[in-house]
Design a protein around this ligand. Structure first.
Ligand SMILES: C[S@@+](CC[C@H](N)C(=O)[O-])C[C@H]1O[C@@H](n2cnc3c(N)ncnc32)[C@H](O)[C@@H]1O
Length: 379
């Protein structure tokens, strides 16, 4: 008689090759592909959530009301989709893989859901979202931060987004100022939304088993969002968090930063000079401020311009009481106050010609590029 080890592939429980065969995990248990040999690609984040208890909890905690339209990104073969259809009026699902879309259509017809399920074969990062009341999704982990940004800074108004995310990524979103995980992503998302932890999900609840554990979180868009130019806010927090554990004084005194800021503020290096360019006395930058920008080849007047601009910046940081504080410890209220002090002094953090129209494709392109740097590699 053939042993089960001969009939199945044997691999570690956390190995995730692009394949769809049943296998024996390293606990000796046979793990069957629920979709019978459908090849699953880790490059597309295709880890199907197979634990019905977890699926039920996600649906329950998403608090779907009768009449709601749910947006699901990456429905895969429909494990979550058909649970959502039991309570929602309608599900609009966006899926990039044609094979998954075909499976979904087939299952929807067999189960009598075809008229309430709309599957869009597209890349969720590129397509305009159809109308929805709330989001519920086990999203592909490789595009998590861009998707979260597209939800919370997008044009669609929605009640909440219940998302299954890589655990490490969820922790970053949940972190508060002063906690080691706190970062610019959390500061940005928390400007416009509240984030709530729902539950942890074991990697063993997926097929194939990924290398990492997951968590479910819920994002609630805020009713009252601070009145701030978002594009400027993103540029400002990008500069503040460049070294999140350095003091703001140390960050902003860097010549590279000062020159970048002068450029963004359209401050002419020579004109920002409180002394005559020819008076011979050089206003020196301290050695501690030196970095890789070489200013030796700049004319004397320009060096003075940078130096007096630096004084102005330091004065702003002092008046905001943050010169010796680290960005990772500041609340959004403190950061917003600091930004307003910069603005009052005529210093801006983005090119004024930037696109501010949030319906504009350029806005989304910039947004997604900006959040790309937060993607974690789950593989
Ligand atoms: C983690 S799986 C979730 C599958 C299913 N929701 C489940 O829980 O079993 C992620 C799904 O997102 C799809 N996907 C990956 N990248 C995508 C993108 N850019 N736009 C839309 N769907 C995408 C994958 O093909 C896959 O079906």
């Amino acid at each position: 008689m053939k042993s089960s080890r001969r009939r199945f592939n044997i691999r570690d429980s956390d190995k995730e090759d692009d394949e769809g065969d049943d296998y024996i995990n390293n606990f000796g248990k046979v793990v069957r592909n629920p979709e019978k040999h459908l090849q699953l690609f880790k490059s597309r984040g295709q880890h199907l959530l197979t634990n019905p208890r977890v699926l039920d909890t996600i649906v329950k905690r998403s608090d779907i009301q009768p009449g709601d339209t749910v947006l699901e990104i990456g429905p895969g073969t429909g494990n979550l989709t058909f649970k959502l259809l039991e309570v929602a009026e309608r599900v609009n699902a966006i899926e990039i893989d044609k094979r998954m879309v075909e499976i979904l259509h087939k299952k929807a017809s067999e189960r009598g859901f075809a008229d309430r399920l709309n599957v869009i074969l597209e890349d969720a990062l590129k397509v305009d979202f159809p109308p929805f009341d709330l989001v519920v999704a086990n999203i592909p982990y490789g595009i998590s931060s861009r998707l979260v940004a597209k939800f919370v800074f997008g044009v669609s108004k929605f009640r909440s987004a219940t998302l299954l995310l890589q655990k490490e990524f969820a922790k970053r979103l949940l972190a508060d100022p002063g906690e080691s995980e706190y970062n610019r992503l959390a500061a940005n998302v928390k400007l416009v939304a509240d984030v709530e932890f729902v539950m942890d999900v074991s990697k063993r609840d997926f097929f194939p088993v990924p290398k990492i554990d997951s968590s479910v979180i819920k994002i609630w868009p805020k009713e009252d969002v601070p009145r701030v130019d978002l594009i400027e806010w993103w540029a400002f927090t990008r500069m503040c968090f460049i070294k999140k554990n350095k003091t703001l004084g140390a960050i902003f005194k860097k010549k590279r930063k000062l020159m970048e800021l002068m450029k963004l503020s359209k401050t002419d290096i020579n004109s920002h000079n409180f002394q005559s360019p020819d008076d011979g006395e050089e206003v020196g930058l301290n050695d501690e401020d030196e970095d890789e920008i070489v200013t030796d080849d700049l004319p004397l007047g320009s060096k003075k311009g940078i130096s007096s601009f630096k004084d102005k910046v330091v004065e702003i940081l002092r008046s905001g009481g943050v010169e010796s504080k680290r960005p990772s410890k500041l609340s959004n209220e403190e950061l917003l106050h600091l930004l307003s002090l910069f603005n009052q002094a005529g210093i801006h953090f983005h090119d004024q010609a930037d696109v501010k129209d949030t319906n504009n494709a350029m806005y989304y392109e910039n947004l997604l590029t900006m959040f790309n740097e937060y993607e974690l590699n789950p593989n």
